[in-house]
Design a protein around this ligand. Sequence first.
Ligand code: PLP
Length: 360
Amino acid sequence: MPVPFDLNRLSREDLQSLVPYDAHHYPGVVRLDANENPYDFPLEAREEIIRRAAASEFNRYPDPMARHLREKISLYIRVPPGNIMVGNGSDELIINLMLAFVSGAKAVVATPTFSMYALNGRVAGAGIIEAPRRDDFSIDAGELIRAGAGPAVKVIITCTPNNPTGNATSRAVLEEVLAGTGALVVVDEAYGEFGGESCVPLLEHYPNLVVLRTFSKALGLAGLRVGYLMANEPVISQLLKVKLPFNLNFFSQMAAQVVLECLPPFQERVAEILAERDRFYRRLSLVTGVEVFPSDANFILFRTALPSADVYRGLLDKGVLIRNVSGPGLANCLRVTVGRPEENEIFLSKISEIMEEGSW
Ligand SMILES: *Cc1c(COP(=O)(O)O)cnc(C)c1O
């Protein structure tokens, strides 16, 4: 008789109730759910990536320190390479922050926000304290400092412009948090190219600041998973202890370098997305039963007079995928990505049908 195998006995008790991240993969629909750049890659960048890939050695491990890419990022963001670390998407950097600083301790998260902070925190064995934003989704610096005051709190996480609410937090408010806490303050600027004030200039003044950025949104590289983090060197040294040595594959390192060498077409597209967002915002505000929230990013949060789950399902049945983000502070709210104009038109006509047919 083999020894009985009881998986429940082996599974971590603190993860029993954890629901795995649902990446919502539905082929063949209009995808306005993941805040990606909706435009195809600029041809010259695509061709350069393929040219370099053809001339490279796939049998060799990649540079674990991604030196060339970090030098290019350094020129782009004007932070020395020694203050930059790259990850397999910023998702990996978030879990590295949790592993290096928070396992067995606590992190404060300004909510409602990106679900990955709490999810990665729990996976790393961190306790999560939610510090709710005000009703208009702004950050109350004093509240965040109070929530972060306990000795067990290692990290305070904020996002600007915030996903899914869309609003940015001023640098002055974040500076108040940085000055008022002994914890690390992580500012996720995943949507920084679309709006808001960057906290990067504060790195010289605050040893407790960590800024996260990504190639997944404005820079159109979501499929290749490249994120980066900026911090002072003592913080980076701690993070290197938990970083997987070859976390960023050769192809992604190279492709991200090419993007930074071919920036103008990406910058033109960001400008187009912002103009389209403002038009999209005005059109969406005119739909009956819809309340729209202002956005500094490439997505729009809105509340519906119908249950958001029904709106989400109705849209999916009509071939349009968005995000139902309903939850505490966000009752009946949904988030839609600014896509290409023709995609946004399909969404606008489908949601108008749903809201007009609805019995609210
Ligand atoms: C999309 C997003 C990211 C980027 O994640 P990657 O892992 O770099 O693709 C990070 N933070 C927020 C808030 C996001 O919405």
